[in-house]
Design a protein around this ligand. Sequence first.
Ligand SMILES: CC(C)(COP(=O)(O)OP(=O)(O)OC[C@H]1O[C@@H](n2cnc3c(N)ncnc32)[C@H](O)[C@@H]1OP(=O)(O)O)[C@@H](O)C(=O)NCCC(=O)NCCS
Length: 196
Amino acid sequence: MNPLPESVEVRRGTPRDAATLLALQHRLDAQSRFMLLEPGERADDPAAVARRLGDQLGFDILAFHHDIAVGWAQVEVQPWARVRHIGYVVLGVDREHHARGVGTRLMKAAVHEAGVAGLTRLELTVMTDNAPAIRLYLRHGFVVEGVRRRAIMRGSGQYVDELSMGLLLPGPTSRQSPVGAGRAPRRSASPSAVRR
Ligand SMILES: CC(C)(COP(=O)(O)OP(=O)(O)OC[C@H]1O[C@@H](n2cnc3c(N)ncnc32)[C@H](O)[C@@H]1OP(=O)(O)O)[C@@H](O)C(=O)NCCC(=O)NCCS
């Protein structure tokens, strides 16, 4: 057993978390072949991350260990009326903290906050060889909706398929959040370009 330390805190991200989130994103890019960006492709601009955290339709949930971000879930919402009910989920946990329940807590919090925000559908894509992530998504009720063939080109020329997965939510839930107080998502027309 590798129990989750009590000192891991899960809460909504704010602009003040930009630097620690960016550092985690860089670590994840370097650690995992399952994230979208190759190491070195991510812009090193905490101010841009802070702007996104403060001015977006969706929200981020962060897991902290001693004030360092060790896990991250992003729920991105597009501003357009016909898709404003959908959140696109990105999830990543620092390798040092895998298999301690951090990903589960992040996903639980993301689903809860999505309900509070009035979203009625969550969706994501996941590489077909990412078994731990697929198991986690299935455990939370996501279902496989399709296969995106050759969606990813990994390393030097290896195509990988992705699964499209979706979860329908019942509708608005109460504001009592398991992740601490956070303000409601603002409406603005600035969908972020990089999803994970
Ligand atoms: C996928 C990912 C987010 C899962 O995060 P995680 O924090 O390891 O997830 P959890 O700890 O909640 O669950 C993982 C496993 O640990 C187990 N676990 C949870 N708490 C545990 C504990 N205290 N002790 C032992 N095992 C535990 C879970 O049951 C689960 O087992 P399973 O994979 O056999 O079903 C993580 O592996 C990751 O970030 N991978 C790299 C990036 C990535 O792939 N992102 C997703 C892109 S779509």
